[in-house]
Design a protein around this ligand. Structure first.
Ligand SMILES: C[S@@+](CC[C@H](N)C(=O)[O-])C[C@H]1O[C@@H](n2cnc3c(N)ncnc32)[C@H](O)[C@@H]1O
Length: 217
């Protein structure tokens, strides 16, 4: 396994509770205010993802870097046909499996501990998402090209923007904890998406992110 992936895996296995609490924790008024000011684009990318994937009824979904399953399980609740969530961090996958069982979705969700580049499948999914993923990918072209290979309709992705005040702060903060983080210009995303082979796409600025929908046809 590449050193980069080993470090990311260690980091995310340790961060599972902290990360999940962004979505789930009962918070003080002050924490809620901080989230509203600094993290409102997490909610915006969630809204963007579901706005651009509906109707999901009977669709198959691949959620790359599924984390604690927030997106995968929402697809299940919205009656997607089958969801595969993949993540390099076992602790994240364990949370997903437990939640899917608790909500009665085990028969239409699977969660697999793997890096996308190692994931072998003959299946093509209707929709593939990579949300909050590319922040942590050193060689994004390989990952986007693989997403193109496994999807037959559309891919939905988020990328942290390069030119924001928060980019250097995150780079230093996460770097100190041995987690590499990467940022993107619109021009770079253009090149990545085109090179992967997507025929049509739209890149939208959403706070400190770019949200992208890319179509195979
Ligand atoms: C910020 S979390 C996002 C989780 C989820 N998509 C969400 O938005 O709630 C990033 C996740 O990507 C996973 N990850 C990082 N590199 C990966 C890779 N190469 N393949 C699969 N998952 C990866 C991490 O383990 C982590 O769970």
């Amino acid at each position: 396994m590449k050193q980069e992936i080993i470090q990311q895996t260690e980091y995310w296995n340790k961060e599972v509770n902290t990360f999940d609490s962004i979505y789930t924790a009962e918070k003080s008024k002050f924490s809620k205010w901080l989230d509203k000011v600094f993290r409102w684009d997490m909610q915006a990318r969630y809204d963007y993802t579901f706005k651009n994937s509906e109707p999901v009824l009977d669709k198959t979904i691949l959620d790359v870097g599924c984390g604690t399953g927030v997106f995968s399980l929402e697809f299940a609740r919205r009656n997607a046909k089958f969801i595969t969530g993949i993540d390099i961090a076992e602790q994240m996958i364990n949370v997903c499996i437990e939640r899917a069982e608790r909500e009665g979705f085990s028969s239409k969700c699977e969660f697999i501990k793997t890096d996308l580049l190692e994931y072998k499948t003959n299946q093509k999914y209707d929709i593939c998402i990579g949300i909050g993923l590319f922040d942590y990918i050193k060689e994004p072209q390989n990952v986007i090209s693989k997403m193109y290979d496994v999807v037959n309709d559309r891919a939905i992705m988020s990328f942290p923007r390069f030119w924001t005040w928060r980019a250097p702060v995150r780079k230093i903060r996460l770097g100190l904890r041995k987690c590499s983080v990467y940022f993107y210009t619109k021009k770079r995303i253009d090149t990545l998406i085109k090179t992967a082979g997507f025929k049509r796409y739209d890149i939208e600025k959403v706070g400190k992110l770019f949200c992208v929908i890319a179509y195979v046809k």
